[in-house]
Design a protein around this ligand. Sequence first.
Ligand SMILES: Nc1nc2c(ncn2[C@@H]2O[C@H](COP(=O)(O)OP(=O)(O)O)[C@@H](O)[C@H]2O)c(=O)[nH]1
Ligand SMILES: [Mg+2]
Length: 457
Amino acid sequence: MMADTIAALSTAPAKSGIAVIRISGDKALDLTNRVFIPKGKSRWIPRMMKNGTLLNRDGDPIDSILAVWFKGPNSYTGEDIMELHCHGSLAVINAALSALYYYGARAAEPGEFTKRAFLNDRLDLGQAEAVGDLIEAVTEEAAVNANAQLQGALSKKLEEIYDMLTDLLAHFQAVVDYPEEDIETFSVETAHSVMEDAAFRLKKLTKGYETGKVLKEGIDCVIIGRPNVGKSSLFNTMLGKQRAIVTPVAGTTRDVVEAYAKVGTVTLKLRDTAGIRETEDPIEDIGVEKARDAVKQAALAIVVIDGSQPLTDEDRTVLDFAKDKKALLIINKSDMEQDPTINEELQQWTGNFKGIVEISAKTGSGIDQLEHVINELYSMGDIKPDGTFITNARQEGACRTAELILRGAINSINGGFPPDMILYDVEQAMERIGEILGRNTPMDIIDRIFENFCVGK
Ligand SMILES: Nc1nc2c(ncn2[C@@H]2O[C@H](COP(=O)(O)OP(=O)(O)O)[C@@H](O)[C@H]2O)c(=O)[nH]1
Ligand SMILES: [Mg+2]
């Protein structure tokens, strides 16, 4: 399967300053020599850029480019790689790719370069997934975490656990296979404490998933409230830019608008919704439905009411809406005269909220306080994205299962089973850990992981 040579555009398929086309496989150099005429006669030297002329498949010069050769196995994929750095014109990109395909390259599938890197042992599977995470990262913390994983921070932790269990198994095996030899008698306490340690470490990794998810995706946070209370204004103030359409006509935010907002050390995936309101208008209804769904999905709901007006039935519906959610209550329009009944009216709901903040989305007053409350709620301040935060469900599932298996085995030992009875459990736990690293991972799972990558990575 890896005998063929693949090619793809690795930069975004859009007009740009520079575009990079990558070629990987045995024929990378041959193919390049068909479409590229270097200036001068010097030989190819690995990692040394050459400038020259790019030819289309008719042999006509179409661009002046730079090309660089990474000689396998010292390359990303472990194969010969050629990168063609051409001008980012779609015409040039298409001409170059069609010439390469004409001369025998195959169009790379999504993630195929990284998949080859994995299959050629340049990366383990967890590191390969980190490459995907790095490209997908929308926050700096997510990028830092993914990069540390790419450098092997998570792999190292997993390998440590794997090695502990390997040693345990080896010891078992020696005792079982050579009972006559004078091997240090295997103590139940040792097995017990090794498994406890391994289970503890796995639990720690599993626990990191919540943080990892927050790092990777931000906190899914939805702003809800009846029309005109100032949701879009708050959204914009938090983003610091005009993104949602703010208008004094009730019910104009038809859809859910999303953006990432950095609130202190916390990244929110912030959604502005249409007002929650029962309505006859079918278009608005779609918005309301979406808002309901958004609330269901969200990790945090920011409920906004207008402090300058008495509560309405719509407000009460929204306030009820937040009952089973992690929610904050925002009393907006503090710059206006406040309604005298509002505080007393609100009393029956205040217990449902993690925090109540009076703000003016218009003047920005109270926004600092809101940010402070959000930071307190998630206290991400002391978290360093060191690459040991698991960010995907596959890895989390494997860690959790491995831990459960070990806990079961520990119980068996405590229940008086002889240590060799739990051999199988330890093997099973190791297999789960190995799956994260890509040892004996079934090919269909591997395929599925790389399918989600970009073409050209
Ligand atoms: N005085 C005052 N007006 C506000 C404030 N926040 C929003 N508004 C106004 O209230 C109206 C509705 O705001 P908008 O953000 O579109 O509300 P939404 O329907 O909840 O998204 C607009 O005219 C805003 O300018 C505020 O804090 N003070
Ligand atoms: Mg709005």
